[in-house]
Design a protein around this ligand. Structure first.
Ligand SMILES: Nc1ncnc2c1ncn2[C@@H]1O[C@H](COP(=O)(O)OP(=O)(O)OP(=O)(O)O)[C@@H](O)[C@H]1O
Ligand SMILES: [Mg+2]
Length: 510
């Protein structure tokens, strides 16, 4: 334990914090200091203990040992209410809002004391918004909101409680680059107001852009804290991974690509009747990676969902090896070998059963092809073991319920299962969201491996550098139309950017 008295200028001082879950040491004697008026980034691989540490500051877990001081006073944080009284507010990786309630109702939910009259409450909320630059309609219901609006409600929830210390766990994982820019402007305003901010993000350029200092966790230990101005992406990666890593993506030459899927004149409407896809035509070829670029909401989601048989189309055709797939059920489409590796906003909401272990989740995917009366768990267990080894999944075992794995590790299970199921067409949307750098590169390698096996890979992405390095062709969507279909090796980031806004049309090559 530290002998030096706690420093009142320090918003938070953690000393020698340890937390174990059974045999897993999630936090191992961690030291962490955060000052008022600074943004501290917390960096570390998937499963390195970031969320666990933050959950102790927000009263969800209690440390096994170690001490925490807030503004120089030793404290014991036994519940989220304690944390709130100490001025600590956390915006979680998975939002905790009530869908049927309005923004306003969600913001006051759980606060004690006299409820303000709706008019006064609304004014108070708008006042807070104005002070930091947030925008929200207080009367909008959560189920009608975009992800970034939901995040705004979460931030307002903690500001309404006058939090002086804000913790944001991977707030940018689900935001577009534009939304991230807005969020960062808001965080800077909060820093100017003297608040202490801890942000978790796997994107190194974000760490370098927004933080004043960076604390790096490695396998549950705090191994270093550096000034952001004095570091760079390479040094941070080495500290985080514990060894030098190569940050370049391979692009093997496509081997004799042949069209396997043909999309012709596809028109799809959104639930509200607006056009999501407006008569688009292109093909997907074996042995190559087709990138799909576009600002969020340009039709990417509807395209993936229509191919998967989850959304109906208005007009057009999608054929796979000459056979029409529109009108088929999702199960029929999967049985043709067309697999989706969506990474949804809520990772546990899509395709994985949180209370089951990896083996049972593997079985879920393969049970349709199962014929006999008894289920043979051996292949599923072997597959789970293989994924744990290849993707370096941090888990006590293949039967541990997936809800107990860290966010990034849940995602590795999700994507690994799709890749290993031997598809002919593999459609992945945002597969590296929430993954640490090392795991992101492992996923790129896996996609390349699929391509070399002759699989037709579609990669819906948001990072233009990655799209340009990894893909063979890039299709650009803007307002549901194709504004470019280009060779990735001969196009620039700026050109793609212009196509994404519809102000420049790329060569549409067939
Ligand atoms: N309630 C729990 N029960 C058992 N193990 C847990 C529990 N919560 C976390 N763990 C384990 O503790 C370790 C640290 O997890 P944590 O969620 O803190 O990682 P993280 O750094 O936030 O990772 P990510 O970047 O993937 O979100 C992991 O091995 C995780 O499986
Ligand atoms: Mg986490």
């Amino acid at each position: 334990m530290s002998q030096t008295p706690a420093n009142p200028a320090c918003a938070i001082e953690c000393r020698q914090i340890t937390k174990t879950f059974g045999s897993v040491v999630a936090n191992d004697k961690i030291d962490l200091d955060v000052r008022y008026g600074e943004i501290l980034a917390l960096l570390g691989e998937n499963g390195s203990g970031k969320t666990t540490l933050m959950n102790m500051l927000s009263g969800i877990y209690h440390p096994d040992s170690g001490s925490i001081s807030i503004a120089g006073q030793p404290v014991s944080i036994n519940s989220p209410v304690d944390a709130m009284h100490l001025g600590i507010g956390m915006i979680h990786q998975h939002f905790k809002l009530v869908d049927a309630f309005t923004a306003m109702d969600n913001i006051v939910l759980g606060t004690h004391g006299k409820r303000l009259a709706p008019k006064v409450l609304k004014e108070r909320i708008l006042e807070i918004c104005h002070s930091v630059g947030l925008e929200i309609d207080p009367e909008k219901r959560v189920y009608e909101m975009s992800v970034s609006e939901k995040q705004t409600v979460e931030i307002l929830k903690v500001l309404y409680r006058d939090a002086k210390i804000l913790i944001l766990d991977e707030p940018t994982a689900v935001l577009t680059p534009q939304e991230t820019g807005k969020l960062f402007a808001i965080l800077r305003r909060m820093r100017e107001q003297g608040r202490a901010i801890i942000i978790i993000t796997h994107k190194l350029q974000e760490v370098l852009e927004i933080s004043d200092r960076v604390t790096i966790l490695w396998k549950g230990k705090s191994i270093d804290t550096v000034n952001t101005a004095e570091t760079n992406a390479r040094q941070l990666t080495e500290l985080m991974v514990g060894r030098p890593v190569s940050l370049s993506i391979q692009r093997p030459q496509p081997q004799d690509p042949q069209p396997v899927m043909d999309v012709q004149g596809l028109t799809v409407k959104k639930p509200d009747g607006a056009i999501a896809l407006d008569g688009i035509s292109f093909d997907i070829r074996s042995g190559e990676i087709l990138g799909i670029a576009g600002v969020a909401g340009s039709g990417q989601k509807e395209l993936c969902e229509t191919i998967a048989g989850l959304t109906k189309s208005e007009k057009g055709h999608i054929t796979f090896k000459g056979e029409e797939i529109l009108g088929k059920t999702p199960a029929e489409i999967i049985s043709l070998g067309i697999h989706m590796g969506f990474v949804p906003e809520d990772r546990l909401g899509m395709g994985l059963v949180a209370s089951m272990g990896m083996v049972d989740n593997m079985l879920l995917k393969s049970y349709r092809s199962h014929k006999g009366m008894f289920i043979d768990r051996k292949p599923a267990r072997a597959l789970a073991e293989e994924l744990i080894r290849r993707l370096e999944i941090v888990t006590p075992g293949e039967d541990t319920p997936v809800r107990l794995l860290s966010g990034g590790n849940v995602q590795k299970v999700l994507i690994g299962r799709e890749i290993e199921s031997g598809p002919s067409v593999l459609i992945t949307a945002y597969p590296v969201r929430g993954l640490d750098i090392n795991s992101s590169y492992t996923v790129y390698d896996l996609l390349n491996e699929q391509k070399q096996k002759g699989v037709a890979v579609v990669f819906v992405g948001e990072d233009l550098d990655v799209l340009l390095e990894l893909c063979d062709r890039i299709l650009v969507l803007c307002h549901g139309r194709i504004t470019g279909l280009v060779d990735a090796s001969s196009v620039t980031k700026e050109q793609i950017g212009l196509m994404m806004t519809g102000s420049h049309s790329g060569e549409v090559q067939q």
